[in-house]
Design a binder for this molecule. Structure first.
Ligand code: HEM
Length: 527
């Protein structure tokens, strides 16, 4: 039934009961209650019982609104945003025939979700969605002064340019190859130690430590052995990761901290004090040493910027913190998924190893070998398709003005998300979408850096991930090194692919497996 009709019926019903009660001389307070309800309830229902929920009630006259669920009173569809939000939103968009665009309400915030490459492109590549909705935690953790949450004005452009030239340029990425190898050596060593000690490996810790060493090395120029602050950085990243992924009602109903029941705001403030103290100390020391022009880590390059381009110390701290924060979790998470797939699909693992043996042989693989390792690259693409680390592209976009997508009206202030997980599991886009088949990318070369919205795990458009080349180069090299060194097999515990969406999409149960040293000579004879 159309919501407006329901409201009509409700009002009439209340008035009818009121008349009957009055005729039968019901007590005055009962009559008063009925009278009040007959006014309040329709008012409540006209704002809540509208298509797509409460947040859209005032826009019904502005043009067609995308279909979507009404949701709960006040909360709207917020209760869906749990550890499997990407799956629930995908089911919902199918049941509302809203794959191209679905509108819903998160409290008082209007939200649209695209589960289709066409509308995904319209959102991600449009200047109208150039900002991100800022969460309370992101603001308190200084990310508004870093690339990820800065509004898309001059400051954000300036930061992206600095990062593109000094952190993510092909020259910088190539210069960091020896660091990536040293970190890979350390990971291989830790794997062999764990195997000796326990006869199995929990890879998550090894990968997280490696990712942190690598990103801190590129940001501060410290090699893995010299990293005294490593443990503290790891704790800070974990705490920040938990805080930014935590659900906070204050993000949807701003009541000056009253709704922050789990104390996210207070914990963010405490963490920011620690971040400022630790990174601030490193910045100060480097400035005192004064030899930053001779070094080429990101901090030194920031300090050596010409005066007209320079950043304040607090902005330098925010930018460095963001790099460490973003660079640590996502690379480790992606590699854990890849290794889980290698353990589950020994035939595919062996094929990747044969490719490595054929093109690289017994020497350690190099970045320059990657163009020959097409199957290995296809494996990474297939894992990004089945397990995209940012299934809802993690950091949403914000409409900065009224705009139309796919002819639907979207008011300024709407949060826009792309459900990349729904797109990469859509049977009308991908043949056999649930099967793990890297071969599909040998048959068709699909670009994954943002040009083809069927598979855009790094986003697209002006806010596309600036760290994608660095992230992919790191993942390719470490995967190749791990496969060259060991055969990866299951333990008696089965590998579970269940998911948990926090800031990124993690494996719910950490991967536990066995790593057996490969004997290249023997395997060559077998082949
Ligand atoms: C394999 C790894 C990675 C994946 C899957 C990934 C994914 C993403 C996604 C989906 C976005 C949002 C894009 C959009 O809104 O269109 C993003 C943004 C971002 N990523 Fe990555 N990322 C990865 C690695 C990295 C690394 C290594 C760094 C830095 C060290 C990094 C830094 C950033 C930053 C700063 C942004 C915000 C860009 C902006 O708002 O202008 N990412 N990433």
């Amino acid at each position: 039934m159309v919501p407006q009709m329901r409201i009509h019926w409700m009002t009439s019903l209340f008035l009818l009961i009121l008349c009957l009660a009055a005729r039968n001389q019901a007590p005055w307070h009962f009559l008063f209650l009925l009278f009040t309800l007959s006014f309040i309830l329709p008012l409540f229902l006209t704002t809540w019982l509208v298509p797509s929920g409460f947040a859209w009630h005032k826009y019904s006259g502005n043009g067609p609104i995308a279909p979507g669920p009404i949701g709960w009173p006040l909360l709207g569809s917020l209760p869906l945003m749990g550890p499997l939000a990407h799956r629930k939103l995908s089911d919902l968009s199918k049941s509302h025939h809203a794959s191209r665009l679905m509108a819903l309400s998160f409290g008082a915030t209007p939200v649209v979700i695209s589960s289709h490459p066409d509308t995904a492109r319209e959102i991600l590549c449009s200047a109208a969605f150039g900002d991100r909705p800022t969460k309370v935690s992101a603001r308190l953790l200084m990310f508004e002064r870093a690339i990820g949450f800065a509004p898309s004005g001059d400051y954000w452009r300036h930061l992206r340019r600095i990062a593109a030239n000094n952190m993510f340029s092909p020259r910088r990425i190539a210069a960091l190859e020896s660091l990536r190898h040293r970190v890979a050596d350390g990971m291989i060593h830790r794997v062999s130690k764990e195997m000796e000690r326990r006869g199995m490996v929990v890879l998550r810790g090894v990968l997280q430590k490696g990712s942190l060493e690598s990103i801190v090395g590129s940001v501060f120029g410290k090699s893995p052995g010299e990293l005294e602050e490593g443990k503290e950085f790891m704790e800070m990243v974990r705490e920040g990761y938990e805080l930014i992924g935590k659900f906070n009602l204050e993000d949807y109903f701003s009541l000056g901290g009253l709704l922050d029941f789990s104390g996210v705001g207070r914990r963010c403030e405490q963490l920011t004090v620690r971040v400022k103290a630790l990174i601030g100390k490193i910045v100060e020391e480097r400035r005192r040493q004064g030899d930053f022009c001779k070094q080429d880590d990101f901090l030194s390059l920031l300090l050596a910027l010409p005066k007209e381009e320079s950043l304040s110390d607090s902005d330098i701290i925010a930018v460095l913190w963001e790099m460490i924060f973003r660079g640590t979790d996502v690379v480790a998470i992606l590699l854990e998924w890849i290794m889980a797939r290698m353990v589950l699909h020994p035939r595919i693992q062996a094929k990747a190893q044969r490719e490595l043996d054929a093109f690289v042989g017994g020497r350690p693989v190099q970045d320059s070998d990657m163009s020959n390792l097409r199957y290995l690259q296809a494996i990474v693409k297939e894992v990004l398709r089945l397990h995209p680390p940012g299934p809802l592209l993690s950091w949403a976009r914000l409409a900065i003005r009224d705009v139309h997508v796919d002819k639907f009206f979207i008011p300024a202030g709407t949060t826009a998300m792309v459900n990349m997980w729904a797109i990469t599991h859509d049977g009308s886009i991908w043949k056999d979408p649930w099967a793990f088949k890297p071969e599909r990318f040998l048959q068709e070369d699909v670009g994954i850096l943002g040009s083809d919205l069927r598979l855009s795990p790094f986003g697209s458009g002006r806010r596309v991930c600036p760290g994608r080349a660095l992230g992919l180069t790191t993942v390719h090299l470490w995967l190749a090194r791990l496969l060259q060194q060991y055969n990866w097999t299951a333990t008696s515990l089965p590998v579970q692919l269940s998911e948990c969406l926090r800031l990124s999409l993690e494996m719910k149960k950490p991967l536990v497996c066995r790593a057996v040293l490969r004997d290249l000579a023997m395997e060559a004879n077998h082949a």
